[in-house]
Design a protein around this ligand. Structure first.
Ligand code: ACO
Length: 345
């Protein structure tokens, strides 16, 4: 019996800026230390986009190009570009339109999706539905954030957490039973003030006063975000496992949003997963907001095989959170080999 049409991830591409901001660098900027940062968050260093002439569209474009090259798909065959971001180049036009133009996706439409650290998860669902419905054959879903542009580097409680980066996946239809299989997504706007950038929108346009009040930087009540994130991510991951009758043995990897190692560990414990089944790269990149999930998929790509069950989980500003059951669609080891061979050719 043929399976229903689902959206398969058929390639992953990323971009990370070359410059590193280490815990030692931060020690020279604010009253903090490497031991505190590592023990409270798991982070050792982050990447920072120093070139001020470039921003989220640039990183998204680089990630999209890498993704399409790996897929062997031309940009003119892309139907839609979705960019999940909290740090668009401009309020408008959308970053997705800049990316669509830069890569030459001449027949594609595109838009930005704003859901903070859950942005990639929500964009993946949106793109998957465009493919499942039969409307589109190729959708680029990008998660990208230039967090360094909205971080207050005098605030030690937040500046240690974030970094810059981008990842892109290509979605194409399949009937082989793999792809995006189920999602649980939530929002709770009553928690909005716990994690926000108050200035710059229509409620508080930029003024000398808003700049003096540092309202154009991310502000958070870290402790309450932490509490909500621990339960939100773990509950959503447990819910998607239960309703699809997935046991810990059935799950190949948890792909968690990289906000804090302690939040990731709590989610893995709740799912009954050992640490070898959890993708963690927070020590190298920090929290790249919408970038974390595709950056994990890319780092672990060579380990992934068709039919591997992945549970993606995220929690972010809004509040927004959720989990997605994704059955992997291709042999990542052959792509990694191909890429190496192509590089050395
Ligand atoms: N270095 C040294 N000390 C620090 C630092 C620092 N960088 N930051 C805070 N402290 C101090 C505090 O001032 C406090 O001191 P006090 O006890 O004298 O008052 C002490 O360390 C403990 O502070 P807590 O806030 O209780 O520390 P906690 O263990 O909660 O860790 C952290 C703080 C890392 C921010 C944690 O709360 C966290 O990760 N929260 C979630 C934040 C997050 O993930 N945000 C992004 C969500 S995703 C999105 O949508 C963008």
């Amino acid at each position: 019996m043929p399976s229903r049409t689902t959206a398969a991830i058929t390639a992953v591409g990323t971009y990370l800026p070359p410059d590193r901001l280490t815990n030692a660098d931060l020690e020279a900027m604010v009253d903090t230390n490497d031991e505190w940062i590592q023990s409270r968050t798991g982070i050792k260093e982050r990447r920072i986009l120093r070139d001020e002439s470039k921003a989220t569209a640039f990183m998204s474009t680089e990630a999209a190009r890498a993704c399409l090259e790996k897929a062997g798909v031309g940009a003119s065959d892309v139907d839609c570009v979705i960019v999940a971001t909290t740090t668009p180049d401009t309020v408008f036009p959308a970053t997705a339109c800049r990316v669509q133009d830069a890569i030459g996706a001449t027949k594609a439409w595109g838009f930005d999706l704003s859901a903070a650290c859950s942005g990639f998860l929500f964009a993946l669902t949106t793109g998957a539905k465009l493919v499942e419905s039969g409307m589109h054959q190729r959708v680029l879903v990008i998660g990208a954030d230039t967090m360094s542009r909205i971080i207050d580097y005098t605030d030690r409680t937040s500046c240690i957490l974030f970094g810059d980066g981008a990842g892109a996946v290509l979605l194409e239809p399949t009937t082989d039973g793999t792809g995006v299989l189920d999602v649980v997504h939530y929002s709770d706007g009553s928690g909005g003030e716990a994690l926000q950038m108050p200035g710059g929108g229509s409620l508080m346009p930029p003024t000398h006063g808003s700049i003096d009040a540092r309202a154009h930087y991310l502000q958070q009540d870290g402790r309450s975000v932490f509490k909500k994130a621990v339960t939100g991510m773990a509950d959503a991951a447990a819910e998607i496992m239960e309703r699809n009758e997935l046991g810990a043995d059935d799950v190949r990897y948890l792909v968690p949003h990289q906000a804090n190692l302690r939040i990731i560990d709590a989610t893995a414990r709740r799912m009954g997963l050992s640490s070898d089944k959890v993708m963690v790269n927070i020590e190298r990149y920090g929290n790249t907001t919408a970038g974390t999930l595709p950056l994990c998929l890319s780092d672990w790509e060579s380990e992934l095989r068709p039919g591997d069950n992945l549970v993606l989980a995220a929690f972010g500003g809004g509040f927004t959170w959720g989990a997605t059951w994704l059955k992997w669609s291709y042999d990542g080891s052959t792509v990694a080999e191909k890429t190496l061979a192509e590089l050395s050719a």
